[in-house]
Unconditional design. Sequence first.
Length: 206
Amino acid sequence: MTHPVFDKAFWDARYAEADAVWSGNPNPVLVAEAADLPPGSALDIGSGEGADAIWLAGRGWTVTGLDVSDVALQRAAAHAGAAGVRITWRQADLTLDAPVGTGFDLVTAQFMHLPSEQRRALHRRLAAAVAPGGTLLVVGHHPSDLGTIPRPPLPDLFFTASDVAAELDPDQWEVLCEEARPRPVVHPDSGLTVTIHDTVLRARRR
């Protein structure tokens, strides 16, 4: 099966379909992994409607939210204004090698799914954006979910924490968390509670 093209047109159309695509709550893995980090500068990749960036800004972080979709960014800016926090919003298509920046104390990418070649290149660029002593947090849907809950039947879009860790130079990085983290969800077809797994990679630049 051909990979879908997750470009600006795709995501602008996806966000324009509804007033709210996501829950409005920060991703639970971000909350669990970043709650104890001292605030600094953060880069939120694929910031969507802004919930993660707003949560970080509310905890004292200086946040840049980056997304390919202007529709999402406009919505995120409105949500940030309502929450009374200041965030820098940037539109960029990282599949086209748009600049990411450097020197961030936290770089977080939650559930960005790209074909493996693009994904590996992106993860290397995100790692390069982390300052010494800073944190890289990458979260995604684990490949095992393909047999548990409806997902696009494209195994190449899914990845493990070990896949991400393999892109990090062990001389430069300390891997703090590398796991498939379980969580319960309601199956959309059966209505039953099933367990899915989030790929979680957290690493600190030495």
